[in-house]
Design a protein around this ligand. Structure first.
Ligand code: ATP
Length: 238
């Protein structure tokens, strides 16, 4: 088996006296799309925050390409290659698309090749090229999500984390965004995605974990979970 890009072992974290994550083990192989699904409050965002270094790791290990990143400062985690796409509202609305993309490439590793990376981002999302000089705040919700993903790609991630990228988007935009995310998979990176749009995300995920009350209660390939009767009735209403 090839070594994983990201691996968490026994990760525990929480807020104050409340323990939310109670021993999380996940693995992301190279060039994979891995989904985290589960009800509201299950702890999905908390897991991303813990990997990003925004929340203290209370126990367990987090390795990125074999390097221990658990407990590192957030900017060090980005330098190491774990980059979370900001939600639309974290873009700079008064700055142009190009300026927003530039901001994504501020890390030392990314700065040196930001022109090339921007060309690649434009190839992936032609709309960003067409609107290069437009202010980010004037774009539609779907376009802003594409910009958010593009900006994260500018940091040259090894793992791109997406927290509900389709939130608030019209169904047609969700399909387009999912298509773009699939295209990103063919680059040399892995994607860790939280998504309420469970049907869409399981169709494209290589592997998915179901989180319930801070624990992984089920895992499997996207198609296995889509066929799982419990999952179908709990999350898909089928
Ligand atoms: P959602 O889809 O609602 O974002 P989630 O699976 O991402 O769900 P989390 O956001 O990780 O869930 O939240 C897990 C639990 O942690 C919830 O019970 C939530 O109320 C609690 N929580 C989240 N943020 C904080 C905080 N800053 N302080 C205290 N508790 C928090």
């Amino acid at each position: 088996m090839t070594s994983p890009v990201l691996e968490t072992v026994g990760v525990r974290a929480g807020y104050g006296d409340i323990e939310i994550l109670r021993g999380i083990d996940i693995v992301l192989p190279p060039k994979s799309i891995v989904a985290l699904i589960g009800a509201n409050g299950a702890g999905k965002t908390t897991l991303l925050k813990t990997i990003s270094g925004l929340l203290p790791l209370r126990a367990g290990k987090i390795a990125l390409n074999g390097e221990q990143i658990g407990g590192m400062m957030p900017h060090k985690v980005v330098e190491a290659g774990f980059v979370q796409s900001p939600e639309g509202k974290q873009l700079f609305p008064d700055m142009t698309i190009v300026e927003n993309l530039m901001v994504g490439a501020h890390s030392k590793r990314a700065r040196g090749r930001r022109e090339e990376t921007m060309e690649e981002v434009f190839e992936l999302f032609p709309i960003l090229h067409e609107r290069a000089k437009q202010r980010a705040g004037t774009m539609s919700g779907g376009q802003q999500q594409m910009l958010a993903v593009g900006r994260a790609l500018m940091a040259l991630p090894r793992v791109l984390a997406l927290d509900e990228p389709s939130l608030g988007l019209a169904p047609i935009m969700v399909s387009r965004l999912m298509d773009s995310i699939e295209k990103v998979r063919h680059r040399d990176l892995s994607i860790l995605i939280i998504e309420q749009n469970i049907f869409q995300v399981l169709k494209m995920a290589d592997h998915a974990y179901v989180l319930e009350n801070g624990e992984i209660t089920k895992q499997g390939s996207g198609s296995e979970l889509l066929a799982d009767p419990h999952l179908r009735s709990t999350y898909l209403g089928l």
